[in-house]
Design a protein around this ligand. Sequence first.
Ligand code: HPA
Length: 250
Amino acid sequence: MLAVIGGSGLAGLGQMNVIRREIARTPFGEPSGPLTFGEMNDVPMLFIARHGPGHIHAPHRINYRANVWALKQAGATDVLAVAAVGGIADNTGPGVIAVPDQIIDYTYGREHTFCDGSDRNVVHVDFTRPYSDELRDAIGRAAALVSEPVVAAGVYGATQGPRLETAAEIARIARDGATLVGMTGMPEAALARELTLRYAHLCVVSNWAAGCGNSINMISHENIDSTLDASIGRVQRIIAALALVYKDRP
Ligand code: HPA
């Protein structure tokens, strides 16, 4: 089953027929909010808002383990994670939708593994290619179905937040090779891998990252909000098309 984790600006799936909502319990505490079970284009689908109802959880306070565990427990096999990001590379300006293929993790102090209890053996999961190429390809096909251009690769730099970065931090992250920067991509992606979920990011660039483009001196929150508002309909169309791609899968 396909699950969608909604990020900033995506509190629900407009085209989903909602069947029921459920508060999940996990060994790692409570997820950000209820799981919404439903269907889109006759394909069963699951949704959770990463920041919770009313956007109450800051990026460093999200219970990523509970969210990912709850999705797995509810039967998810594939996770499309929608996330607002800053753009660093020339081809990732505001309004761009991108499907990165790599991650660099700059976060700290987050519960980042399921393998830290005495009752679970440590597993060093392979994370060479952090995203599912199968799911990335499916997103690419879905975007093409609805004629939405997407940047089909990129490197997601995951920062701690909740503050935005300094220009020097972005310059360093850019030298490292990141083309996008966001606060929620990790440990979510690694936790999904630990539970053998296929996981991919659908990133919506809401602003130029600090020191880039028109964010040379500061980042405007009004611009972030208006860009997200303008882009979220496109994200919803891609997700609805993804349901069709899943429907046609053998
Ligand atoms: N930096 C980090 N996270 C973000 C940004 C940014 O510029 N924009 C949206 N999420």
